[in-house]
Design a protein around this ligand. Structure first.
Ligand SMILES: *[C@@H]1O[C@H](CO)[C@@H](O)[C@H](O)[C@H]1NC(C)=O
Ligand SMILES: CC(=O)N[C@H]1CO[C@H](CO)[C@@H](O)[C@@H]1O
Length: 626
């Protein structure tokens, strides 16, 4: 019991960037789920960074602050799980212990709040009569937009104020809204910049020794997570070595066979536990509890154990207005000029995967990290539900990884060789076949062991292939342009909104190609059509002869082609069979057919090298195009 008093203050950082892509109703559900943690409220503070600088998000958070006075005592009294009201009310019909009246009352309040927020979002602004109720809205003077505005910091619930209580009279956690200053000619450094501003602003309010970072669409699915994590940080022998505790990134809306391979099951069930035994996992940007001092650049030294700071930083009678002004300075865009912020202190700048590189540098300073994957998931997010979103997300991640690779610490995945110009009878075939079969057998085995399905594995293999030819390609191009100073690509957020029809297709595991012409889809279509053509003409020349040296030299290639074609079945369906809105855009299909025909004809002409593969397959073509 003595430990209860020693529990450190925990600051929760939630970052959002755009009220249209990340709807405020999702953001406040995340906020409410962490505010209701089973943890002493006076030791919990929740900070929302709104890089969209949107009064809609501010308004939603204001409503959430009001609703939390009912929600938090309700959760604690009835041991509600999970504590995201949207998810909880969607999953239950009565409160469990028969207290229907209270359940209905809280649900009604929640629905009312949701309606108000959604109406405001539809309207695109907050109604005037609501704005009059809170002075904070005066910050959105006319002319302010998401790229150009002063800093806004509003303490919506002050946990140090004895008057901040819920309807049952218990203390509420602190809740703060922050939109850091943005000016067009100042780089804002995306999420890393927002996190660093939060680190400073929170240090002047609650100054928690532990910082939890969650994405705005990732609600807490377990009210015990904070207490669980304290077992690592407060461990008497090893606790002082630990800089951060990372949860896996899981999703609540992945379908059974996970068409987009979002869950990355083997990564979280096999790779991360492995890395955990060797210094600890990377920081992956969400679901991560940090020690404030290691995040702020402190080097690990194995000297006497440091206590996690417990006390509150400031006396409650600190002049509130003064404080607001100081906070604004901390969130201003000039504050970091000529400091080590973004370099030695806080999250690192200049890399799209700021989290990974920050985690690596913390480890380089001597700290260890912990991977924690409890049975009941600690955090659940929303997985991308269209192929375009998936490709974009992986482009961003791989751009970051590539930059890290090109810097000094390499963590890049090794690619498997897929060239296979060996004859089946050649002894050289054996090591190749072995590597090929062993790799895939191992990967199937790992997936099944981790709880995936065979189709899930097949889907993941496909999506890996797609990522390699689209996301990674564009990431390479963009990174090259960026490094050569030609282009400063911006950070694209993955959308969390999908139209209902697309959602239905997602649920029935149909890949979403729909939309307008996209270079990624064009590449995908060209490659898959090319595989198909190779298979068809290859088979044809085997059947009708005409190949140099018979069919044996091509067996391996035909098998490879066959596998690729099998893997890409959903792409052909999307191009030729599906009629729904999620089918491949006609423009893409047409372009790819034209280009593939051109590529094949060109190859026909260039066929001087005598390369076996070209020879036979092209023989088939020659007959066809004559
Ligand atoms: C999330 O929490 C709920 C309720 O606490 C639990 O039943 C469910 O298994 C959890 N979800 C996952 C994916 O762990
Ligand atoms: C299968 C599943 O749970 N799908 C859900 C994914 O998330 C969207 C948006 O939150 C829901 O509408 C789906 O029902």
């Amino acid at each position: 019991m003595g430990y209860e008093d020693e529990l450190p203050i925990v600051d929760v950082f939630i970052c959002t960037a755009d009220p249209l892509i990340e709807p405020p109703s999702i953001v406040i559900n995340t906020a409410l789920s962490v505010m209701a943690y089973d943890y002493p409220s006076e030791k919990l503070a929740v900070y929302l960074s709104d890089d969209g600088g949107s009064e809609l998000t501010f308004y939603a958070l204001l409503e959430a602050a009001r609703f939390s006075r009912h929600w938090i005592p309700f959760c604690k009294k009835h041991h509600v799980e999970p504590r995201s009201p949207a998810v909880y009310f969607a999953e239950t019909t009565v409160s469990g212990d028969g207290d229907d009246d209270e359940w209905s009352m809280v649900k009604r309040l929640y629905d009312e709040m949701e309606n108000l927020i959604e109406e405001a979002v539809k309207l695109g602004r907050v109604p005037e009569e609501i704005k009059e109720q809170h002075g904070g809205f005066s910050e959105w003077r006319s002319g302010a937009n998401s790229r150009d505005h002063q800093s806004i910091v509003q303490i919506l619930i002050d946990g140090r104020d004895p008057k901040s209580v819920d309807i049952e009279g218990s203390q509420l956690p602190t809740l703060v809204y922050m939109a850091r200053e943005k000016r067009p000619n100042h780089p804002h450094n995306f999420k890393a910049g927002a996190m660093n501003a939060l680190i400073r602003v929170s240090s002047a309010i609650s100054d928690g020794a532990i910082i939890l970072n969650v994405d705005c669409d990732m609600y807490s699915n377990s009210s015990k997570s904070v207490r669980d994590v304290m077992c690592f940080f407060m461990d008497e022998e090893k606790g002082h070595e630990i800089a951060y505790v990372q949860f896996p990134q899981k999703f609540n809306n992945v379908t059974k066979n996970d068409i987009y391979g979002s869950s990355m099951i083997t990564t979280y069930e096999v790779d991360f536990p492995g890395i955990d035994g060797n210094g600890g996992p990377l920081y992956i940007g969400t679901g991560c509890f940090h020690r404030r001092e290691s995040l702020c650049g402190k080097k690990f030294n194995d000297s006497p154990k440091v206590e996690l700071k417990r006390g509150l930083n400031m006396s409650p009678n600190d002049n509130a207005l003064n404080l607001q002004e100081r906070l604004k300075v901390l969130a201003s865009c000039t504050y970091e000029a000529n400091t080590q912020w973004g370099n030695e202190v806080g999250l690192k700048y200049g890399c799209p995967v700021e989290d990974v590189i920050t985690g690596l540098s913390i480890q380089c300073r001597g700290w260890k990290s912990v991977y924690y994957n409890p049975k009941r998931d600690g955090f659940l997010g929303i997985a991308p539900t269209t192929l375009a979103q998936v490709i974009l997300q992986h482009k961003r991640w791989s751009e970051g990884d590539l930059q890290i690779f090109l810097s000094s610490v390499s963590i890049i995945d090794n690619l498997i060789p897929t060239g296979c110009n060996f004859q089946v009878s050649s002894a050289w075939c054996i090591p190749f076949a072995y590597a090929f079969i062993a790799k895939y057998a191992n990967s199937v085995f790992e997936s099944l062991q981790s709880g995936d399905t065979i189709r899930g594995w097949w889907n993941e293999t496909r999506i890996t292939l797609i990522k390699r030819t689209t996301s990674y390609l564009f990431a390479t191009i963009d990174t090259t342009l960026k490094l050569s100073g030609i282009d400063n690509s911006s950070f694209a957020i993955t959308s969390k909104v999908t139209d209902p029809e697309a959602s239905e297709r997602y649920e029935s595991e149909l890949i979403e190609f729909g939309g307008s012409f996209s270079p990624s889809f064009a590449i995908l279509a060209i490659l898959t059509l090319h595989h198909l053509a190779c298979l068809v003409f290859g088979l044809k020349s085997v059947v009708f002869g005409g190949g140099v040296g018979g069919f044996e030299p091509f067996l391996m290639q035909l098998i490879m082609c066959g596998v690729l074609v099998g893997l890409n079945m959903p792409v052909y369906e999307g191009m030729f069979l599906r009629k729904d809105k999620g089918a491949m855009p006609g423009s893409v299909t047409l372009t790819s057919i034209v280009l593939v025909v051109m590529i094949l004809r060109r190859r026909l002409r260039d066929m001087k090298t005598g390369e076996l593969r070209a020879l036979t397959i092209m023989n088939g073509f020659r007959k066809l195009f004559k």
